[in-house]
Design a protein around this ligand. Structure first.
Ligand code: SRM
Ligand code: SF4
Length: 564
């Protein structure tokens, strides 16, 4: 059934590139050997499946163009870390690579990966090789394949942590591209004849689009399960044993301004599968997307549009066809909470883990806060297991009671703010990278949010609302990399220095927010929100959260409160 297309339409250019690429090789090898600073566009697209993006410094772009010079090209390299897990030594290796091959920062992504920015073309292969020597891959971190498989990172005692972590790793391994191209290009692997190679899961054109899988524990939606192509909600029996998974399909955030056929959608329940059959079930769903996903229009190629167009009954029928069995009815789930796992908690082995807030995921040293050095010191000293969260934070696991104060001391010595010293609005915020690296950014995000938050922080505490936990997420364009559409306050770049404001999502991430304003200048964002926060303070019901209040009041009334 491989390659069946839903409509007799022309394949998109990327589909043709993949088809002609000899299983992800193209001319990457030849171009890598050339003394240029960039790859041509087909190779640039293929490179994504290898885990790297060609970018250029957007701060310099205009000037260089005016001077008739080449863009300042560099590469972003993304690791794939199933369940967000790293050993202490792996983290320390990545930290070293950031200095040697990249711009001296590490960036925790919203899907538990680490990104390097500013890698020059000549450093690309040495970096890829080093990452692999540290037993980490970048294969499939980007591109039209199954991306990093995420799962709740918290090693809490009441969770089936080890088992879930193993599922995340196994699913990731089973869905890696089988082509030898990656080994040939980056690891000096022996060349094989690509015409004899097979991609049993994907076929030679891989998937129509990226495909994202997460595993969650009901009760804690820290992975934002409704925002991904495929969500696995771990179901546990009264004895505490993992029995299987509820499967949710067709979530996704991305949209394009002024393109009405693109919009965020929440994943929908498909059915329950026992853990013994989970791999067959996943393979069936991936193959359905492979064979029926839109391959002519990349803007409509995600699983979310297939699920929306065809409906859940159609998905269930195709599932039976592909898997050879029927899914059981969904087991009721409760998403009453979302944790960021920041702070000190007991882990499952009687020790502790410490969750550290990392502003917008960027691990770097500044004059005031030496975050990168502090994290390195903690990891060198205590050798904890390291977990990255989907809220761009980091956890150190395996710290014993006696070591806790030493960890705190290191944090303090490096000027790093712990959970007790940061405001709730900061703690629950995220921003995507946007300028200067992201080629799709319309406006600032990671560089803009810190100022916006500092002003908002003051207003919130002036209103006496500092104890409220409110999720706020900013992106530099509507692609939604920081999942702004499932937050309580979404701020999405819609023009240079301008943002759409969306309200009415909930803290648990089970509801989409709605547009309040299309274009608000950055300097007016807080004043647009202030009257609504005031009304929240005065008119909320007892215990009502900000997002629920906004949802109850509704967009027209919220808009009136905050005429801009
Ligand atoms: Fe993303 C494209 C960064 C998570 C939706 N994303 C990009 C690119 C690669 C820009 C590009 O295509 O040229 C960005 C690189 C910027 C840079 O300089 O680093 C980029 N996305 C990120 C990261 C690093 C944001 C972050 O703050 O951490 C996240 C990397 C996660 C990882 O480790 O794999 C990241 N991206 C997401 C998420 C969130 C999620 O999956 O939980 C989404 C929304 C969910 C979804 O997929 O719908 C997301 N990114 C997109 C889209 C829109 C896709 C769509 O089908 O609608 C694009 C554009 C595209 O693919 O064409 C995109
Ligand atoms: Fe770039 Fe837009 Fe993603 Fe931000 S949301 S990283 S601006 S693609």
């Amino acid at each position: 059934m491989e390659g069946v297309m839903t409509e007799a339409a022309k394949k998109s250019a990327v589909e043709v590139e993949k088809e002609n690429s000899r299983l992800l090789r193209g001319n990457i090898g030849e171009q890598l050997a050339q003394l240029t600073s960039f790859f041509t566009s087909s190779e640039h697209n293929l490179l994504k499946c290898h885990g790297t993006y060609q970018q250029d410094d957007r701060d310099k772009r205009q000037d260089l163009m005016r001077q008739g010079k080449e863009k300042a090209f560099s590469f972003m390299v993304r690791t794939k870390l199933p369940g967000g897990k790293l050993t202490a030594n792996q983290y320390l290796e990545l930290d070293r690579f950031a200095e040697t091959y990249a711009n001296g920062t590490l960036r925790i992504t919203t899907r538990q990966g680490i990104q390097f920015h500013g890698v020059l073309k000549g450093n690309l292969k040495p970096l890829m090789k080093k990452i692999n020597q540290a037993m980490i891959t970048t294969l499939g971190a980007c591109g039209d394949v199954v991306r990093n498989v995420c799962s709740c990172p918290a090693p809490l005692p009441d969770r089936q942590k080890i088992e879930i972590e193993r599922y995340a790793r196994d699913i990731s391994n089973r869905t890696l591209p089988q082509s030898n191209a990656y080994h040939e290009l980056w690891l000096d692997g022996k060349k094989v004849d690509s015409s004899q190679e097979k991609e049993p899961l994907y076929g030679k054109t891989y998937l129509p689009r990226k495909f994202k899988i997460v595993i969650a524990y009901p009760g804690d939606n820290c992975v934002d399960i409704y925002a991904h192509d495929l969500g696995l909600a771990a179901m546990v029996n009264p004895e505490g044993d993992l029995t299987g998974f509820n499967l949710l399909v067709g979530g996704g955030m991305g949209s394009t301004h002024n393109v009405a056929e693109t919009y965020p959608l929440l994943a929908k329940p498909l059915g329950y599968v026992s853990k013994e059959k989970i791999f067959e079930a996943l393979e069936a769903i991936i193959k359905i997307q492979r064979d029926f996903g839109n391959r002519s229009n990349r803007k409509r190629a995600r699983l979310k549009y297939l699920v929306e167009e065809k409906g859940i009954p159609w998905m269930a029928a195709e599932f039976q066809e592909y898997a050879g069995f029927v899914l059981e009815p969904i087991i009721p789930m409760d998403w009453s909470g979302t944790h960021d796992h920041v702070g000190w908690y007991k882990n499952g082995t009687g020790n502790f883990f410490c969750g550290l807030f990392v502003e917008n995921g960027r691990i770097k040293d500044t004059a005031e806060i030496r975050l990168r050095s502090g994290i390195r010191k903690i990891i060198e000293t205590f050798k904890p297991d390291v977990y990255l969260t989907l809220q761009q934070n980091i956890l150190f696991d395996g710290i014993d009671e006696a070591q806790k104060s030493s960890v705190e001391k290191i944090l303090e010595e490096h000027g790093i703010l712990t959970d007790r010293k940061i405001s709730n609005i900061l703690r629950w915020s995220m921003a995507c990278p946007a300028f200067p690296t992201c080629g799709l950014a319309i406006t600032e995000s990671e560089r803009a949010l810190p100022n916006v938050i500092r002003v908002l922080e003051k207003e919130i505490s002036g209103l006496g609302l500092e104890k409220e936990e409110i999720t706020l997420r900013m992106t530099g364009c509507p692609n939604g990399c920081a999942r702004p559409y499932t937050s309580e306050i979404g701020i999405v770049g819609s023009g240079i220095g301008q943002y759409e404001i969306l309200l009415g999502g909930n803290f648990e991430g089970t509801r989409l927010n709605q547009t309040l304003f299309d274009k608000i200048k950055q300097e007016n964002l807080v004043s647009a929100l202030k009257p609504i926060l005031e009304s929240f303070k005065n008119d909320r019901k007892s215990g009502e959260r900000f997002g629920d209040f906004c949802f109850r009041i509704g967009t027209p009334r919220l808009k009136q409160m905050s005429i801009q």
